[in-house]
Design a protein around this ligand. Structure first.
Ligand code: EPZ
Length: 416
């Protein structure tokens, strides 16, 4: 298993180019199942999760290729309607084939995702919506078997805003009979990017990006041809890399409007963040100030930024209260940060972070995608050497992060 060796204490300086958003690419890849033809998606990051989704689509009969950030998917013949446990257990986002398969094939057999490191992550809301649209749903031997000759438009209310739940039901609704209203829908930019891709395929959608999305079913859709939005979580991660090392980074290719709540909190922590026409200049202060944060659905502070922000707060002046309100177990990075000298106490969904003068490098273990990013950030700021193990978690969401950090002056290398 790969490890990352990091020599901390360097103030990062230079420019970094942000890649395409993984969590926009995944649903838009499965949206290709809604049409029969040659689909092209560009600005796709070369990540493990993208390769896993490609393997799943191949298993369904799709001809999948990826080269230089461009994915082509020929969906003329679908030869299977099953997403097997072996694949779904490695990537929960596999559940995103459910909506398009039922819409196109009238049936789907998708393994229930099972838990993952950060929580139980059920798909009950996805299945509730499909039932409302007339589908029959049977749960057997860990699989959801969903059948519907033709889905019908329906009014669906989500008890909690679910990102992939909203995306699955959007993809089910675009070919359904009649009008579907999704209420308390997720408003993430990745949901909007999916809506834009579906509209470019000929779908009739209003309200994406708000909590009420209205979709009017059409008879058929053209193949997708779309370029993915920049990754707001990768952007936020590099902003924190500037903040935690006291450096100055110019971030290019990002969409600044997707980061409001993150920028507000980082400025409160003392970073200067200036938008220019060809990028965003982010500077870390001499001394960071502690800031309280509560993760919320978009446009609130992203849960996917919580671990990275905690690393920043671990060396800030004072005490910060970090509340994780989306997932029930997303504090696995706390024990690892404490091994590096952080002073953090967890009670339920609240972590109390008391800033220390500096962290000390240590061997640490990555446990999930964003936790591993927070350990890399901590290693960049720590005195001495940090070894981050199980880097495969990191590779799921960050394209060769060491190759983007090295030009900024970071002393980081991957060892087998
Ligand atoms: C998406 O996961 C993202 N993944 C996650 O990013 C992100 O952390 C999450 O949204 C929250 O923003 C992708 O987009 C591929 P949810 P998702 O459904 O859709 C509960 C990463 O780092 N819930 O919005 O699975 C659920 O348990 C990943 O790339 C139900 O109870 O998250 C959670 O507590 C990690 N029943 C809350 O809702 C359901 O049917 C929000 O989950 C669905 C969700």
């Amino acid at each position: 298993m790969d490890k990352l060796l990091i020599e901390g204490g360097v103030k990062l300086k230079g420019e970094v180019l942000i890649g395409g958003a993984k969590n926009a690419a995944l649903p838009i890849m499965t949206a290709s199942l809604l049409s029969s033809g040659e689909n092209i998606i560009s600005n796709i990051p070369h990540l493990k999760d993208i390769a896993t989704m490609g393997a799943l689509l191949k298993q369904l009969g799709v001809d999948f290729h990826i080269e230089n950030g461009k994915v082509s998917l020929n969906t003329e013949k679908i030869t299977s309607i099953e997403a097997p446990y072996s694949l779904v257990k490695t990537m929960r986002a596999s559940v995103l084939v459910l909506g398009p398969l039922v819409a196109r094939m009238g049936t789907a057999k998708v393994s229930l995702p099972g838990g993952c490191a950060i929580g139980a992550r059920p798909i009950n809301l996805h299945l509730m919506g499909l039932k409302k649209m007339g589908a029959e749903v049977d749960l057997r031997e860990g699989y959801a078997v969903v059948r519907a000759k033709k889905l019908k438009g329906a009014s669906i209310y989500f008890d909690i805003p679910t990102v992939t739940g909203t995306e699955n039901l959007m993809m089910a609704a675009v070919l359904a009979d009649g009008i579907t209203i999704l209420e308390n829908a997720a408003m993430e930019p990745e949901v909007v990017d999916l809506a834009n891709a579906l509209i470019s395929m000929g779908a009739n959608i209003e309200g994406a990006g708000t909590s009420v999305i209205k979709l009017k079913g059409v008879n058929s859709l053209r193949p997708v041809n779309h370029s993915i939005i920049p990754d707001r979580i990768e952007t936020g991660t590099f902003m924190i890399a500037a903040g935690i090392t006291g450096g100055e980074i110019k971030i290019k290719g990002c969409n600044f409007s997707h980061l409001d709540s993150i920028v507000i909190k980082l400025k409160e922590a003392g970073l200067t963040i200036d938008k220019e026409d060809d990028g965003v200049i982010v500077k870390g202060p001499e001394r960071l100030s502690s800031v309280d944060v509560k993760t919320m659905p978009y446009p609130g502070f992203a849960t996917d930024m919580q671990a990275q922000f905690m690393a920043l707060m671990s060396i800030a002046d004072g005490t910060s209260l970090i509340t994780e309100s989306i997932f029930e177990n997303r504090f696995m990075h706390v024990a690892e940060l404490k091994r590096m000298g952080a002073d953090i106490k967890v009670q339920g969904s609240l972590a109390t972070v008391k800033g220390v003068a500096s962290l000390i490098g240590a061997p640490v273990m990555a446990t999930d995608l964003r936790a591993s990013a927070s350990l890399v950030l901590a290693g960049l700021a720590a005195k001495g050497t940090t070894i981050v193990e199980r880097v495969y978690h990191l590779d799921r969401g960050y394209e060769k992060i060491e190759e983007k950090l090295t030009p900024l002056g970071a002393k980081i290398k991957r060892v087998k």
